[in-house]
Design a binder for this molecule. Structure first.
Ligand SMILES: [Zn+2]
Length: 296
């Protein structure tokens, strides 16, 4: 199929200003997101949260887009906003939008990370292209995490999330702004080449990280925060966790060490947005996957 309609989305999290201001920039200067073979629309997903400079008002908008949640009349600001976005861009399962690019930033030191929710031929080719264009970027997949995905971008069958960090919440960093724009440009170039059936030869295999679990922050006996990410783990996203390596430190100075198997990697290390769930970091497995030579 041809990708005819692309949606570029920022402000899914209201305090991630990079996406918000890139979207506003492209709304006034659409030439950056314009390509001959498809139409691009730019939108702010949660304007009320942007105005409040908060990630969300009631609940995380980027967890509201499972078919299950979209079909229930949940009475939160974000659930109702999700139903509205699903009407506008979707409906999920039969969406009017062929591809959604959702822009995010993280407080973790993750550089430019792409997140896909599917590992089909299209997405693997897109990721292989991105790895060619941006060798230091990291490809991650939530494909194995859940069947009925809850990301906004999952409204359309083709979707990718751009996650750039470290960026504190509520401010802009020029390096992250430029890196996010560069990443989006490469995605749009891929779509254009794909539509024109003019993709170059792509690498035969692709390295990607699959999310599979999270690690919680330490708690005290009352359930309050009892510690933090260990200083030796801070900023070391996408490095393998070594057996016995300190990962958390309690306020009394004692350490918690990694007791899991080898071959496991950490990301979203000390992500500020995950303190509401008292999460310390996400766990990933690194795999090499074959990239299909054609989409047939
Ligand atoms: Zn975000």
């Amino acid at each position: 199929m041809t990708i005819k309609k692309v949606a570029l989305v920022g402000g899914t999290h209201g305090n991630e200003l990079t996406g918000v201001h890139l979207i506003r920039k492209w709304q006034s200067q659409p030439e950056f997101v314009t390509r001959p073979s498809f139409k691009s629309d730019c939108l702010i997903a949660n304007p009320e949260a942007v105005a409040a400079n908060k990630r969300y008002l009631d609940v995380d908008l980027n967890r509201q887009f499972s078919v299950d949640r979209l079909t229930r009349e949940i009475q939160t600001h974000e659930a109702s906003r999700a139903r509205e976005l699903n009407r506008q861009l979707g409906p999920k399962g039969d969406a009017a939008t062929d591809l959604i690019i959702d822009l995010h930033t993280t407080t973790a030191n993750m550089g430019c990370t792409f997140v896909v929710t599917r590992e089909d031929a299209f997405h693997l080719q897109l990721c292989a292209w991105l790895q060619m264009q941006m060798p230091t970027a990291v490809i991650t997949s939530e494909g194995a995490l859940m069947e009925d995905h809850h990301f906004l971008s999952s409204i359309s069958d083709h979707n990718i999330l751009v996650e750039v960090g470290p960026v504190p919440q509520g401010l802009l960093r020029a390096d992250a702004f430029d890196l996010s724009e560069l990443a989006v440009g490469h995605i749009l170039d891929f779509i254009e080449l794909y539509n024109q059936n003019a993709l170059p030869e792509l690498p035969a295999s692709l390295e990607l990280f699959r999310y599979f679990d999270t690690v919680s922050l330490p708690k005290d006996e009352s359930g309050n925060l009892g510690g933090m990410v260990h200083q030796q783990l801070q900023d070391r996203d996408f490095r393998e966790l070594k057996p016995g390596q300190p990962i958390l430190q309690r306020f009394d100075g004692s350490e918690i060490n990694w007791r899991g198997p080898t071959g496991i990697y950490a990301s979203f290390i000390n992500e500020a947005a995950y303190y509401d769930q008292q999460l310390a970091f996400s766990l990933l497995k690194k795999v090499s996957v074959d990239v299909p030579a054609s989409l047939d």
